[in-house]
Each structure stands twice: as structure tokens, then as C-alpha cells.
Design a protein around this ligand. Structure first.
Ligand code: 2U9
Length: 357
């Protein structure tokens, strides 16, 4: 009995892993273990022997069992200690940045358009969004009685009672930026003016604030042929198709003469828009030769200088290129809408092969 005790207690003391400990448990207390076999032999003993040996065996069994349990707990503690020593966490490290934001499609298109015109030598001009009515209207040959100047089309700023000066306006186009650029730099000049503009318009396809890029090129002999080439190069680069075809339709704007609205050849086959092929035409911008009165107002002699101007609505351009049929994606700038249309977090979008009508 004493031998058995020493044998198992020292085995338990020496063991260094849980698997070996389990082997010892089976060898001693398992169904066919040494102690279990000894218990079975009790039946062959005299009642007196059975009482003393049985009691001693039970004490031994409990003792080994307790030693096994204690060792098991000690091994688990040691394993945890070892893991804690090896694995450690520097809670002072800064968190890993999770990219949540996204480039807004309008900003993306503004950047694309700016880069394309920069390649053709156009500088970016900027100006105030709150304009005086001279820069926004008069300088652009927009007569006082023109509908655009009426209360229901333009946002007018407040004037104090008794202050009879014409009120400032939220600019209705970026054209005043180019008036300012001409007054500052004179001719020759080649600029684009991207930015926010405001008109009192609100329906399925219009928002009171939208974005434009306007262009202006003034030189001694700049003609509509130059305008046509610049716009064709722009469309090729922007829509990423070689064979774009443009159609110039005679139009009227107060600030250009002659004026033209420009359509691009496209197809709507299967509800999907393809630029550069097909039998349809889609209007994409307005343009013309800058009116002599506008040059004059901007301090440039129309007998010496001439040039072209154009205007493009950026929001619509972004919707066309990236297949976004819904203004909500822009207006609410809601990440869920943007993601819905493929603008995932800082993941630059790819050009849509086609879009739904
Ligand atoms: C100066 C002189 C002339 C800019 C022009 C258009 C025609 C035009 C629209 C396009 C879509 C406005 O955003 S939109 O609704 N623009 O049709 N814009 S010519 O002409 C200028 C600009 C500046 C000094």
C-alpha cells in the first residue's frame, strides 16, 4: 500500500504535461487501474481484512485523486502563465485606422475634369459664391429684365431697410469668376472655373445648389474650331472613348455669340448608355464665342481679342459616368447611397461600362 502510494504520488509530482497526467490517472484509478484491481480483490478477503484494506485503499484512492486534481490545476495555471508571458498586448498602441470616408463622386469628377483641362493648358480660377449683381449678371450681358434675374430664379441676399443698393446674390453660374480673372489678368487667358452655383430650382432632376465647370480661352485668333477640338479632346478623355462625335446645335445665351449647345453621340441599347456609338444624341454642355460686350465689361478690347467659353453641369456628368440615376446620392451625401452606387470607402471607382436609363 505504501509502495503504491509513493509510486503514484511521485509520478504525479514528476509529470509535466496533461496527457501524461491522464495516463497516470488511468493506470491508478481507471477501470483496469492498479487501485481499481486491488478494490476488486477485496471480495476474496476475510471481513476483517476487507475492512482495514478497504479503508486504506479508499484513503489512498482519495489521496491520489486529490493529487491528480491539484496537479491538473497547477499544470493549467503554468500553461496560462506561460501564455501570458509570451502573448502580450500593448494597450498604449494607437488603434488601426478604419477607412470610412469616400471621395464624393462630384469631387472626383471635378478633379478628373480639372486634370483633363490642365493638360490642355487651362489654369483653375476661383471666386466668391456670394456675388454682386454686376459680376453675376451685368458684366455677362444679362439684361435687368432677363428672367434669370427675377426673384423666382435667383437667391438674393438680404439688404437693410433703406439700403437701396442692388442686393448681392448667390452666384447662379461660375461665369463671374472668369469676369474677375479677365479683369485681374487681362488677355490672353485660358482658365476653367469649377465650383458651386445656386438657382431656385427643386424637382426630380434639379437641386438648389449644383456644380459647374466653365471654361474660357481668349486669344488673338481663337475660333469655334478651337472650341470644337478642346471639347472633343475633353470628351474622349473624360468618357474614355476614342471615337466621340459631337453635334453643335445653334442656341442662344446672352454671354456668347454665336452660341451652341453640344450633344454627344450615344446609344441606349438594353437600357444601358454607351457613349460614342449608336443613333441617339445626348446634350452635355453649352458653349459659344464670348460676346464682345462681355469682353468689354471685363476690360478686354473685343477688336483685338476673341475667344470661346463653355459651361458643363458636373452633377449630371458624374451621374452619367458612374451610372448614378438618383440625385439622393449627391444631395444627402449619404455613405449608404454612395456605396450603393459603387463608391466604397476610399476605393476609387472604376468607370461604369454602361448605366441604366
Ligand atoms: C464668360 C463668358 C461666357 C459659359 C457658358 C453655357 C454656355 C451653358 C450650362 C451648362 C449646364 C449651365 O450648368 S448648366 O446648367 N452652361 O450652357 N455656359 S456658355 O459662358 C461664359 C462664361 C464666362 C466670361
Amino acid at each position: 500500500m505504501q509502495e503504491l502510494r509513493e509510486k503514484y504520488l511521485s509520478a504525479v509530482a514528476d509529470v509535466t504535461d496533461e496527457a501524461a497526467l491522464e495516463e497516470i490517472r488511468l493506470a491508478a484509478l481507471g477501470k483496469k487501474g492498479e487501485i481499481s484491481l486491488k478494490m476488486r480483490e477485496l471480495g476474496k478477503m476475510t471481513p476483517e481484512e476487507r475492512q482495514t484494506t478497504g479503508k486504506a485503499l479508499n484513503v489512498l484512492k482519495d489521496e491520489i485523486d486529490a493529487a491528480l486534481r491539484a496537479k491538473k490545476a497547477a499544470l493549467a495555471d503554468a500553461a496560462l502563465d506561460a501564455r501570458l508571458r509570451e502573448e502580450w498586448l500593448d494597450v498604449t498602441l494607437p488603434g488601426r485606422p478604419r477607412r470610412q470616408g469616400t471621395i464624393h463622386p462630384v469631387s472626383q469628377v471635378m478633379d478628373e475634369v480639372t486634370a483633363i483641362f490642365a493638360d490642355m493648358g487651362f489654369a483653375v480660377a476661383e471666386g466668391p459664391q456670394i456675388e454682386d449683381d454686376w459680376h453675376n449678371f451685368d458684366a455677362l450681358n444679362i439684361a435687368p429684365e432677363h428672367p434669370a434675374r427675377q426673384e423666382h430664379d435667383t437667391f438674393f441676399m438680404h439688404r437693410d431697410e433703406g439700403d437701396d443698393r442692388p442686393p448681392h446674390v448667390l452666384r447662379t453660374h461660375t461665369s463671374p469668376v472668369q469676369i474677375r480673372a479677365m479683369l485681374e489678368q487681362g488677355a490672353p487667358i485660358r482658365v476653367i472655373a469649377p465650383g458651386r452655383v445656386y438657382r431656385m430650382d427643386m424637382d426630380q432632376t434639379h437641386t438648389p445648389m449644383f456644380h459647374q465647370v466653365e471654361g474660357l480661352a481668349i486669344g488673338r485668333d481663337i475660333s469655334m474650331a478651337n472650341l470644337k477640338w478642346v471639347l472633343e479632346e475633353f470628351c474622349k478623355a473624360f468618357f474614355e472613348v476614342e471615337g466621340v462625335e459631337l453635334r453643335f446645335r445653334a442656341s442662344h445665351f446672352p454671354f456668347t455669340e454665336p452660341s451652341a449647345e453640344v450633344d454627344i453621340r450615344c446609344s441606349w441599347e438594353g437600357g444601358s448608355l454607351k457613349i460614342g456609338e449608336g443613333d441617339d444624341w445626348m446634350e452635355i454642355l453649352g458653349s459659344g464665342m464670348v460676346h464682345p460686350k462681355v469682353l468689354e465689361a471685363a476690360g478686354i478690347d473685343p477688336n483685338e481679342w476673341q475667344g470661346f467659353a463653355f459651361g458643363i453641369g458636373i452633377d449630371r456628368l458624374a451621374m452619367l459616368k458612374y451610372g448614378i440615376p438618383d440625385l439622393r446620392a449627391f444631395f444627402e451625401s449619404d455613405l449608404r447611397w454612395l456605396k450603393h452606387y459603387g463608391f466604397s470607402a476610399l476605393d476609387l471607382p472604376t468607370v461604369a461600362g454602361g448605366l441604366s436609363r
